[in-house]
Design a protein around this ligand. Structure first.
Ligand code: HEC
Ligand code: HEC
Length: 359
């Protein structure tokens, strides 16, 4: 009898003890979760719902015109090149090539970044030589690599011949001359400003701690703790500053990057745009939104996999050797930055029917 009572008691103690431990475990996990979320909120923000700005008023007609123009190949000098050639829905707004192939098949020296979320970045291109997506689009019209038009007038004539007149009228009402290169750029910018891709990480930042896996949480913890977030931060997880690529050693020793004939040697980053010695080897920190979907990596696509890109980053930027567990966790975190492709980008538009003959 007494034996049985003691047995019951100790059984009960065992049961409640275990439950207590379990409860304690849960509390700690929740506590850690809350602390991690708090730290994450200190460096990152969810994506906003739109990237429109007062400088560039938009309207549904303007966005829709920009959508068409984004996919329009007939304005380019070979009749085959559009923004979507190098920023393709199938490749998450990039082109999957190490370096893009320009108009008339010209090899370009750099890797095309995704076009998603770019209006939120500090400036455009690795060297930051375009202040806005609108300026980027305007200059693409006459860039020898992108569209290859000799002048804006040449591009405007093509737009009129392609029956874009009525669409520009609707998008730019009350303008004396609606079909202009500037309006072409403003329309494309209006469209790009709709291409934001919130994903699981945004749900997490908004308080849904189950939106990302435990591996991803460990990765997030390391991303902040190891110092990745000192450069890759904000709502776009990067794209907010220029930093030297290759802090601990020359970058090409880790990436195997080769000299680029178009740049007369190694890519020196922002130096090519400013000529200032302090900009040598400085590149715009890329956003890491959708990074898992846009290999190959770095400004010249020299590294094929995300695992290797993460190892290279730790070695070159932080002097840290990662083990396999670190890489797995960091990559799991980066995967939470993959959002859905905006439907207005995934569904390609029908373009005006017009007589057309490529040059
Ligand atoms: C022939 C390929 C090609 C075409 C056509 C092209 N791009 Fe790009 N795009 C690139 C490459 C390569 C880069 C990276 C250039 C650099 O950083 O120096 C880039 C960069 C960009 C960026 C900057 C992204 C960032 O993270 O800084 C934006 C925005 C962009 N392109 C939009 C467009 C738009 C809009 C069009 C059409 C008007 C267009 N591109 C046409 C290849 C192309
Ligand atoms: C000191 C600033 C700095 C730190 C710290 C840093 N990065 Fe970077 N990161 C950059 C720059 C600059 C580039 C662009 C390099 C290039 O392509 O020229 C880059 C590129 C990348 C890319 C390739 C993106 C693409 O689209 O090609 C990934 C992935 C990346 N970083 C992840 C990380 C991770 C993970 C860490 C931490 C282990 C980290 N970074 C730490 C500055 C930094």
């Amino acid at each position: 009898m007494s034996f049985s009572i003691t047995a019951r008691r100790s059984l009960a103690a065992l049961f409640f003890g275990a439950a207590g431990l379990l409860a304690y475990g849960l509390v700690t996990a929740e506590g850690t979760d809350a602390a991690l979320l708090e730290r994450a909120r200190g460096v990152f923000r969810p994506l906003p719902s739109t990237a429109h700005v007062d400088d560039y008023p938009h309207s549904p007609d303007r966005v829709e015109l920009g959508r068409k123009l984004f996919f329009e190949t007939r304005v380019s000098s070979d009749g085959r090149t559009s923004c979507a050639s190098c920023h393709n829905p199938s490749y998450y707004g990039a082109d999957s090539l190490p370096r893009s192939v320009g108009v008339h098949g010209q090899p370009m020296p750099r890797n095309a970044q995704t076009v998603f979320n770019t209006p939120l970045l500090i400036s455009q291109h690795y060297g930051g030589n375009r202040v806005s997506v609108e300026e980027q689009a305007l200059k693409a019209l006459t860039s020898t690599f992108a569209y290859g038009n000799k002048s804006y007038e040449e591009a405007e004539e093509k737009l009129r011949a392609l029956n874009y007149g009525p669409l520009f009228d609707k998008a730019f009402p009350n303008e004396k001359e609606p079909v202009t290169a500037e309006h072409w750029a403003v329309a494309i910018g209006a469209f790009e400003r709709t291409l934001l891709t919130p994903g699981p990480f945004d749900r997490y930042l908004k308080g849904d701690t189950r939106a990302i896996s435990d591996d991803a949480k460990r990765g997030l913890d390391k991303f902040i703790g190891y110092g990745c977030a000192s450069c890759h931060n904000g709502s776009t997880v990067g794209g907010q500053s220029f930093q030297k690529f290759g802090i601990t050693e020359d970058y090409w020793k880790a990436t195997g990057s080769v000299e680029m004939p178009q740049l007369k040697g190694r890519d020196k980053g922002r130096f090519h745009d400013t000529g200032k010695p302090e900009d040598m080897w400085m590149f715009k920190v890329p956003q890491l939104r959708n990074v898992a979907m846009t290999p190959p990596y770095f400004h010249d696509g020299s590294v094929a996999t995300l695992d290797d890109a993460v190892r290279v980053m730790a070695r070159l930027q932080l002097g840290r050797q990662l083990d396999d567990r670190d890489v797995k966790d960091l990559v799991a975190f980066l995967q939470t930055l993959t959002g859905d492709i905006p439907p207005q980008f995934a569904n390609v538009p029908v373009l005006p029917v017009a007589p057309f003959r490529a040059n």
